[in-house]
Structures are given as structure tokens and as C-alpha cells.
Design a binder for this molecule. Sequence first.
Ligand SMILES: C[S@@+](CC[C@H](N)C(=O)[O-])C[C@H]1O[C@@H](n2cnc3c(N)ncnc32)[C@H](O)[C@@H]1O
Length: 369
Amino acid sequence: MQKPTPNHWLLYCRPGFEQDCAQEALRQARQQRPVLAEQTAILADSGYVVVTLNDQSLSWRDLIFARQLIRLHHTIAALPDRDRLTPILAAIADIPGSFDTLWLEAPDTNEGKLLASFTRRFQPLLETALREQGKLQDNSQEAVRPEPVEGPTRTKKLPRLHLFFPDKSSALIGTSDPHNSADAIMGIVRQSMPPEAPSRSTMKLAEAIEVFMDRSEQTRLLRQGMTAVDLGAAPGGWTWQLIKRGIRVTAVDNGPMKGALVNHPLVQHLKQDGFKYAPRKAVDWLVCDMVEKPSRVATLIGEWFAAGLCKHAIFNLKLPMKQRLVALDSALGNIRKRLDEEGINYRMMAKQLYHDREEVTVFLTKTKG
Ligand SMILES: C[S@@+](CC[C@H](N)C(=O)[O-])C[C@H]1O[C@@H](n2cnc3c(N)ncnc32)[C@H](O)[C@@H]1O
């Protein structure tokens, strides 16, 4: 039997979570077939990992710690100072096909931030050269093109080309499948802080909505007139995201709500324990940002769905210092078990978002049969 050619994958993650990111990717690959050529390159606090597999594929949606998923084609270890363009173009010429977009990226670290002006200057040079060679689509007409149709009839998009610079003298060159990756440079769906929002946590929920739901789902699932419960609501950043969409919120927290949320007509603030509170009538949404053990939050979420108290939820699971993947597996496994026992159909997705620190965010929604 022919030996499969090893495939290298480049994954971006939050700095400090490289082990978790690699461990999770290898585990996903092992579920398909043994990882014969298991090798991972992990540099602590670098914000990325390179994983070597055989012919296994990886699914970005099912990876919690990976911000981005890239098939790595070339690594250039010593880029000459005077002419970085020539070796990079030669390496790209070797990759078959052409590309939809070119993203120049650097790690999400302090050192990586210093490379921003370099990548900004380099981008137009490289784009022009690649367009001349027919390797890069001319997207200048993009604005007048119709939106691709979502769902089974959606058009197959060309891959993106990524040039990742761990530093100025090395480059990792890869491609991402737009249907199996984050649609955001560096895998970061950036949010700006709305000046009226009462806390920076508001950006976490805003990002979760963008990452977990496409436009049509956002319109369908977050509608004016819906109802929600926000557990651990104070000072009100998550509640603010919901009322901004016309959703009526019961905000449960012993702490005070802030600013415009005090006496807001769409907000009812209850100073109660979030683990004991239950609404009298079922609501559309449960959101939960209480700082608690993941196992306890998972049990609570399972109970709400089992009792039919909500249809959709976004919640945070705070991570322990060690054995993070074990704690997550156990918490998410408990929720799955409970929902399966109740015969509930659902979709669940968990990600460590850009605005998440020692935590991950989970989206859970009931689906039809
Ligand atoms: C990270 S903060 C929430 C921030 C909020 N999501 C926002 O956007 O402004 C966590 C909150 O959970 C609350 N909390 C912790 N345990 C709780 C419990 N058992 N019941 C209700 N609230 C709780 C805390 O009082 C705190 O206000």
C-alpha cells in the first residue's frame, strides 16, 4: 500500500493555548485514522501551531481552540532582507490553482503586532505580482457581484491564500477553504466597543453572534419581541446586546446593572441566584456569563433545555488552569448526554473567541427532527 504524503496544517490560537489547540486537532484526526506521522511544532505563547497528519482532514467548526485552519504548503525559514518577494512568489507558483484573496498575517502577540506596518507595505506589492501571474482573482468587481446563496446551492469559492510571518525573516505559506475556516483575517472577528454599552463583556456576545450564526440565522433567531434570560447579567453588557435587538430581558444578578439598563423598559433586573432562578414561562434565549465551574454551568444548561425553558443559548465555560480539554469534554459531554436522553435535537458549537480569555463560548440551539 502506498504511504500517504504527510499534510501540514497551520492553526492560529490564543497565545498560551497552543498545547490545547494541537492536542484537540490531533485528537480530531485520530478519530478518523491513526496519526502515523504524528509531529507537532509547538512554541509556547506563539499564538500558532503546526500539526502534521497523514491524509486526515480537520473540521474548523468542531475545533474549539483553533481560530483559523490553514493547509500549509511551504515554510521559508530564511527570507533575505533585500528581496523577500522572489522566494515567496516562487513558493506560491508551486501551489496549484488560483486564489480568491490574499491575507498577510502575523501572530496575535506583542511581537506580531510590530509586524503590522511591514505586512501593510508588503501586501500591495505581492497582490500586484500575483494578479499579473493569474494566481489571484481581481476582486475589484466584488461589490457589484450578487451575494453567494447560502445552503446547498451556494457557490464553491476559491481558496484563500495566507502568508503568515512568525517574524520578518520567515514565512509560512498556506491556503484555507472558505467553507472550512474563519472568514476573518487572523481568524479574529473584531468588535468595537459601543460607547453606550455598560461593559466590555458586551463584545464577547457580539462576537459570539457573528461567529456562531450566519446572517440569515441572526435575523431568524434574534428578533424584536423575543424574550431572554441573562444569568450573571451585571453590569449588563450581554443584556445590552439583546435589548439593542428589541429582545425583552430578565437580568439575574445580585450585582447592580449600569447606565441606561437601570429602569430600561425592556429589562427586568432580579437580584437572585442564577442557579436557583427559573422563569415562569419559557423564553426564547438563555445567556449565561456566571463565573463558575464548567461542570456546574453545563448541568444548569442541560436542565433548562430538558425542562423546555429556552430554545437557544449562548454561555461561557470558564477553563481550569490545567487539563482544560478534559474539563471541556466532560462539560460538553454532560450537555449532549442530557439532551440525547430527552430526545432533543440540537446543534452545539464551542469556540474560544478572541474576546474570551480563560474561557470558551458555546452556542446551543434546538433544531427540528
Ligand atoms: C463576568 S460578569 C458578567 C458580565 C456581564 N455578562 C456583562 O456583559 O456585563 C459575571 C457576573 O456573574 C454574577 N454571578 C456569579 N455567580 C452568580 C450567581 N450564582 N447568580 C447570579 N449571578 C452570579 C456576578 O455577580 C457577576 O456580575
